[in-house]
Design a protein around this ligand. Sequence first.
Ligand SMILES: [Zn+2]
Length: 459
Amino acid sequence: MPIRLHNTLTRRVEPFQPLHPDQVTMYLCGPTVYNYVHIGNARGPVVFDVLVRLLRRHYPKVVFARNITDVDDKINAAARNAGVPIAEITDRYAAAYREDMARLGVTAPDIEPHATAHMPQIIAMIERLIADGHAYAAEGHVLFDVSSYAEYGALSGRSTEEMIAGARVEVAPYKRNPADFVLWKPSSDDLPGWDSPWGRGRPGWHIECSAMSAAHLGETIDIHAGGVDLTFPHHENEIAQSTCAHGGAVFARWWLHNGMLTFGGRKMSKSLGNVLELHTLLDQHPPEALRLLLLKGHYRQPLDWTDEALEQSVRTLDGWYGVLRDLADVQTDEVVQPIPEAIEQALCDDLNTPIALAELSALADRARKAEGDEARKAAKSALLGAGAALGLLLQPAEEWFRQGADTVDAEQVEALIAARNEARAGKDWARADAIRDQLAAMGVSIEDGADGTRWSMAR
Ligand SMILES: [Zn+2]
């Protein structure tokens, strides 16, 4: 089954084929680590995690890089405000990012390049651009000369005038053209800086991704991904730098962009007070419900995030895990379940997660009704396989229902349930009810069934 992906470069869904038949190279623009990211920043990593999982099933080798931008003026400001060294800020938030991504079920990248570890490559790339007439040094800065690259604007489909207006570019005396962008800028003594042919300074943001991508994945890569808000100027500038530094070699063959999150139909912004930190949401809600909600829309469309939609995701997972809990007695044949064809087909069709999730729901309904050993086994296997393709349903069902149970002592809960069952056997209803109330006060809800009593953390 061929994979088809929308390419922003051509604005079409095209059959995907890597440059080398048995290896795929992919780069995703990672975070600038100066604070916790907001939930909107998690959409790209989650949807492209589903893509990486898909590619790994189709190709023997996938090399996936997601960078860390650890030099940036926002980082400098955050360190100054907190009165701590810059590395303390970048280490803290890079670690928080990794941890939050892991909680969302995002598989760690194969390579996590840090910008500050690539200064020789960044400087060498800038030197090549200057030597070939694509960049110029002026007043301690180095700027990319956009007039030297005729294709500039092809990715975003903008004219130079639109790009200047869109980027709110700074008109600076050292710029030949207002659209020229910074490759290198000078650092004062109190700011992080590296020695360079243009004096002590630091790189612009765009050149970091170009240099890190080439260093780890080669001059031409198969897929470059990121949020649609990065199309211009970030990705447009990456293409210009990389193509010009590599003698015209294609930089990225496929450009994938995910749509933005809206909040009750509105953009997220500090002034509207609707900025939702991923780190906080992960503490307040089951992480898997956040992941499910992020996959509910097609990745190229905007996705509206509401409290109701999040609650609905929790209920959906309650239903699916409920089915799996009822199938707990069924042993599947394999440890890793095969992916049902309908799910694979949906994902191969430009990562159509809404269709895949509808299929998953249908499989859960079928599993709920399955009767007989063979049918129940097949249904459980299909449901788990479908979940795995999306990075869902990967925890034991009991764990899903006992999230937040670290606040209770499981042994004590089991002992109380045993005592309650004893009381019920002796028809001591008052005592049985009292124990149920005691459990409820601990946040534990119980359910009596044919196979005994099972418990969950109440939500
Ligand atoms: Zn980037």
